[in-house]
Design a binder for this molecule. Structure first.
Ligand code: DX5
Ligand code: ZN
Length: 227
């Protein structure tokens, strides 16, 4: 599975999003954080903005929904043009049904797990999802510190995917920089969200290349596929 870098526009200039998108063309997808001020104590943007971003972005959209009632709203983000729609299992009434509704609308479907949320209930349902997001900070804000205690869970997801023979995207989000991306890659992540370390760097293009380089230097540890 290739390693992909997804800059988060949460750290970009919200008054100039189209211009900011031009600065990250080195990246693989663009990560769009949707927050509703209920699931998390922060408010960002919603469907009309995502729809417009999908129209003007040179890169496909990786939409991360931090909202209540994703069962109701997530399929609309797929219809709005997101290539991938991630929602939180803590907020969803029926994650499998919601993932199926996202896929029916032509997008990839993903579940997100907050740092304290176990992965176990989902490990034998991985075929229902295209990606699992293991949050490496509490969702809600950029610029927080990477939580190392999420690494065993990340490895657990990677091992379950290997066991199932699944080409699963395994994403980490929060506190990803050149100092932490190697740790995440070594524990099985293959999809990396980075906000501050890309947009606050002065040279987003170079920052993306550096992240990619360091990730490649830390291949996933031998996974215990027999466990
Ligand atoms: C946090 C968001 C992240 C955020 C990451 O809740 O989901 O995508 O933008 O920002 P950094 O990379 O600054 O931690
Ligand atoms: Zn995010």
């Amino acid at each position: 599975m290739s390693l992909t870098i997804h800059p988060s526009i949460l750290a970009a200039d919200f008054a100039n999003l189209e211009r900011e998108l031009q600065r990250i063309q080195e990246a693989d997808l663009v990560h769009v954080d949707v927050m509703d001020n209920h699931f998390v104590p922060n408010l960002t943007l919603g469907l009309p903005v995502v729809q417009r971003l999908a129209e003007v972005s040179p890169l496909d959209l990786d939409v991360h929904l931090m909202i209540e009632d994703p069962d109701r709203w997530a399929p609309d983000y797929a219809a709005a043009g997101a290539a991938s729609v991630t929602f939180h299992v803590e907020a969803a009434a029926d994650p499998v049904a919601t993932a199926r509704a996202i896929r029916e609308r032509g997008a990839r479907a993903a579940i997100a797990l907050k740092p304290g949320t176990p992965a176990d209930p989902w490990l034998d349902r991985l075929d229902e999802f295209d990606m699992v997001l293991v949050m490496t900070v509490e969702p809600g804000f950029g610029g927080q510190e990477f939580l190392h205690h999420t690494m065993p869970k990340l490895q657990q997801v990677a091992e379950a995917a290997a066991r199932a023979g699944r080409d699963l995207r395994i994403q980490v989000d929060g506190g990803i920089s050149t100092a932490t991306i190697g740790t995440a890659a070594a524990h099985g992540a293959n999809t990396f969200v980075a906000g501050s370390s890309v947009f606050r760097s002065g040279d987003p293009s170079k920052a993306i290349q550096e992240l990619r380089r360091v990730a490649h230097q830390h291949p996933a540890k031998a996974l215990h596929a027999d466990r």
